[in-house]
Structure formats: C-alpha cells, structure tokens
Design a protein around this ligand. Structure first.
Ligand code: 5GP
Length: 144
C-alpha cells in the first residue's frame, strides 16, 4: 500500500513550523487554525499520518473521540461561545486543503463562524432501502 504523503501538518507536529498548541497527548495534537473563521477556531489532528477519516486506525480514532468533547468545552469556555460546528473534510472535492485528517472546532459568534449552504432534498423509500442494504452489506464485508 502507498505511504501517505507528508503535509504541512507533519511540520507542525515536529515543531518545524510553529503553531499555537492547545493540547497534546500520545495520539492527538490540537492547535489554533492559522486562518480562523471565528475566534477560537481550533484544529484537532491525529499524530498518525493519513489523508482521510476512513483510513484512520482505531487507536487514533478512539483517541480523537475521547478528547474532542473536552476540547469543545475548552473552546467554549475560552471564547464564551455557546454554539459551534465540528467540520471534517475528506477529499479536495469536499473542500479539504490539507491531506492529513483534521477536525475543525469552529465557534459561532454572531455572524462569524462556519457558513453553511444546506440544499436538502427528500428521502424516497425505494432509494433509502437500497442505500441501507448496500451500506449494511459493506459493513458486513468489513466484519462490523
Ligand atoms: P481543510 O480545508 O483542509 O479542511 O482545512 C485546512 C485548515 O488548515 C485551514 O483552515 C487552514 O487555515 C489550516 N492551515 C493550513 N496551513 C496551516 C498552518 O501552517 N498552520 C495552521 N495553524 N493552520 C493551517
């Protein structure tokens, strides 16, 4: 299998590029986004190199899951925000710029924060049933 390509986040992890570090443990680093959408915009990344969430190991996923709510509380306390978004982009077509898994914590302060275009459609029964079958088949193939 191809090795994941290095990104700028490797340099942040190694300290070669400075960042405002918020939190660090064996698996996870959190630091302030250099181009914040709002005050307190924080990035949470696994130390493991990998472009997409679906490629992440269980150990890294679990470590991020454990610490994410705590980091959200810290961002809320530090900024006074009472609302926030978690954003996690996968693929350049999905607005991912840095190909190393990262979760954005983006506090909402009035109008500043994540702008969302949400063009919903409706869920039709035949299509929904087909999708569920396919997804369950995929899960079964992984032994989930
Ligand atoms: P993406 O669009 O890939 O989900 O978001 C990547 C994020 O990484 C962007 O919000 C961008 O501002 C942030 N970013 C890119 N380069 C650096 C950097 O060198 N330092 C920091 N702190 N953030 C960065």
């Amino acid at each position: 299998m191809n090795q994941p390509a290095p990104t700028i986040f490797d340099k942040i992890l190694s300290g070669e590029i400075p960042s405002y570090r918020v939190y660090e443990d064996d698996h996870v680093l959190a630091f302030l986004d250099i181009g914040p959408l709002s005050s307190g915009h924080t990035l949470v990344i696994p130390k493991e190199r990998g472009a997409f969430l679906h490629q992440l190991s269980e150990a890294s996923s679990a470590a991020i899951g454990r610490v994410l709510p705590r980091l959200c509380r810290a961002v809320m306390k530090a900024t006074g925000a009472t609302a926030y978004n978690i954003l996690q982009n996968n693929g350049t077509a999905a607005h991912q710029e840095v190909l190393h898994v990262h979760f954005h914590i983006i506090p909402r302060h009035g109008e500043s924060g994540l702008g969302i275009g949400w063009k919903s459609s409706s869920l039709e029964a035949p299509a929904a049933q087909k999708l569920v079958s396919r997804m369950q088949q995929a899960l079964a193939e992984e032994g989930a």
